[in-house]
Design a protein around this ligand. Sequence first.
Ligand SMILES: [Zn+2]
Length: 400
Amino acid sequence: MDVDARVKELVELAWKKSPAFRRRMEEAGLTPHQIRGVDNLVLVPVLKKEELAHLQAQAPPFGGLLAVDVKELARIFVSPGPIFDPQGAVKDYWRRAQALEAAGFGPGDLVVNTFSYHLTPAGFMYDEGLRSLGVVVVPTGVGNREFQVEIITRLGITGFVGTPSFLAALLEVAREKGHGPGAFPLKKALLSAEPLPPSLRRMFQEEWGIDTYQCYGTADVGTIGFECFCKEGLHVARDMVVQICDPATGKPLPPGEVGEVVVTLLSHVCPLIRFATGDLSRFLEEPCPCGRWAAPRLAGFLGRVGDAVKVRGLFIHGHQVRALAGEFPWIKALRVVVEREGVRDTLALLVEGEGVAPGDLETLQRRAGDLFRLRIDTIELLEPGRLGQGKVLEDRRRWD
Ligand SMILES: [Zn+2]
């Protein structure tokens, strides 16, 4: 069945089975026969992620979004809010196997799953994907770094799934314990839930010989995108339609523009239609050399909607800061800090680097000024580890 036919079928199913969807359609004056395929999806108002907790509180437990009876589910997970996330009783419910397969996981692998198996679905997302590929899983969860290093070496673990920072922390312990890269069995990793800075990726590859791949998804809709061996952007996962939309209007943006990731999950368990994730990305226009032509690519996670600060009348977006950091291989972490002196906004760059050469800071300061079209007042080189990964914008202005 082609994707238009699947969208049409999904809308008809959700109209019958999901009261929350039916209400959203009726409030917009829509009936199912108006949604004949992907092109008509734009008519359906988006469902914002923030609305989930509210919907679920109004109509417990799933806010009228489920298309099956609660008793037919396999598991229920609980995110803060609380927001309940359903797992349908189907194999590899979150469709994570495709990401693992693209990262080279398969029969013969032994893998530590360092995501939590409690409350959040992350642990089971990977577990189900790995098992469906015939991989042996060691469910280690988070923490216990020394013990995990021992498990990896004693069992001859070949693969890791978890966050980039946890993999880095494990390797640090491994090094302290005297494990050299040559004798350490880990060879591949699928990483998610955090950005993977290019410098960290190089370290994993060059110092430890670990081939890393990235995967992007959410607790609500499962796998959204994953890297192929080209490692340039994330292919859109199967069983979903992804649109990049204007966060204010919900309308799709022209190709290449940064906007909100809006997902239509072609699931007959929980048919989330036009679900606005709050994440920013953009489509890459060139086809991928790997030949997966049918799966367009996203440029990865580029920040959250609202992840921007207004300085002297101009916006600085989180994705601009990340792109700036990506231009300079020596940068390990970068943050833009906005402060206020009297009535004037001041901009400072805090940067952590490795192998910083004379003139590098001045070049960065100039480039940042050009990119943001704002003067950068100060730049400061910090000891590694002060900034962490993740937060790239900090607004220290007080308005009271
Ligand atoms: Zn590809």
